[in-house]
Design a protein around this ligand. Structure first.
Ligand code: TXA
Ligand code: MG
Length: 316
């Protein structure tokens, strides 16, 4: 149910949850001061409590009260990419942020989103925690309709239109004297090179007791349809193709287009919508054309498609 910005603000102030637009994906919001509303996020999403939440702020100053040490290049990164699709994991004074937000970790993730409505909400309500507004394991929501699909027509959503980026923020963490990527996202790894003097590497997903980025352990972005890849297109009649405008596919096959090989940003923008379309149409199997470049935003697109097609170690 679409709500006005005034309604969204008063719901959050009174300890309720609302879905808010961001440039990446819609977020399922709770005010940082309302622990009960934060707990409810986990219930609504069916999210394991071991998976921490990102704190969304409006200004860099707002995070200064929580953070113990700002790693090198923090200011450069913040100034270059905020507001925008970058999340920085920083060490915090543990008592300053409820355990439930950070899943007991001594760090918290911060981001200034780039959406005028949501920035206004944060200015009025204060810091807001929000994971992506989807049921755990489902593709993230990039339109108000996707949010309603997962949480019902009555769930309050502030309508900011379709998300311009369509993929979640890139998450960086400073470790052993270098920034590393905990989650590939809307900003490519290459984009950090000139500022940092090196391209941050992608942290290994560890399955030990203390994973760096707990969310990477869970099954993600998955439609109910089975996604398969590989060199040859299966010839059974029911398998459809997720492909690109420039390619020629067997004429008898139905193709749902991800976009153009020339333009990864529009592929990113529509990716979760396409994955959701598979379920709306009750398609049981799709072959994904993964023959695209291995650089920039394509790497994030490839990672999301791979995670949508395989089950990771812990399902939820
Ligand atoms: O673009 C985005 O980042 C969106 C919008 C709504 O801002 N949010 C989002 O949140 O994608 P979520 O909860 O779906 O993903 C957050 C990821 C999870 O993988 C979580 O494990 C990781 O961030 N994370 C959060 N706090 C962390 C921390 N302190 N240390 C390591 N990873 C953390
Ligand atoms: Mg998510």
């Amino acid at each position: 149910m679409k709500v006005t910005i005034q309604e969204a603000m008063s719901l959050l102030k009174s300890g309720r949850n609302v879905a808010l637009p961001t440039e990446t994906v819609y977020g399922l919001a709770a005010a940082l001061i309302h622990t009960h509303a934060i707990e409810n996020i986990y219930v609504l999403k069916g999210r394991p409590s071991s998976n921490p939440l990102i704190i969304h702020v409006e200004t860099i100053d707002q995070i200064k009260e929580y953070v113990t040490v700002f790693p090198p290049h923090f200011s450069d990164l913040a100034q270059a990419f905020w507001p925008g699709p970058l999340t920085l994991i920083l060490p915090i004074y543990s008592e300053s942020i409820p355990t439930i937000v950070r899943a007991g970790l001594p760090t918290a993730g911060f981001r200034i989103p780039h959406d005028p409505l949501t920035l206004k909400v944060i200015k009025e309500v204060g810091p807001i925690v929000m994971p992506s507004a989807n049921l755990s394991g489902r593709p993230s929501a990039t339109t108000p309709e996707h949010v309603e699909e997962d949480f019902g027509k009555e769930f309050p959503v502030l309508d900011g239109g379709a998300c311009a980026r369509g993929l979640e923020s890139t998450i960086l963490y400073y470790q052993e004297n270098k920034w590393v990527i905990l989650r590939l996202g809307s900003i490519s790894a290459e984009s950090f090179k000139s500022m940092l003097g090196y391209q941050p590497s992608i942290a290994e997903v560890s399955t030990n007791e203390k994973p760096l980025c707990p969310g990477q352990l869970f099954r993600h972005y998955s439609p109910k349809a089975q996604l398969i890849s590989g060199r040859s297109i299966p010839d059974d009649a029911t398998t459809i193709i997720l492909g690109f405008y420039e390619r020629v596919y067997p004429v008898e096959k139905r193709v749902i287009y991800l976009g153009s090989l020339q333009d990864p940003s529009t592929v990113a923008e529509s990716l979760y919508g396409v994955l959701r379309q598979l379920d709306q149409e009750k398609i049981h199997q799709a072959w994904v054309d993964m023959d695209f470049p291995c650089n920039g935003l394509w790497n994030t697109i490839a990672e999301r498609l791979q995670r949508a097609s395989t089950s990771c170690s812990s399902l939820n």
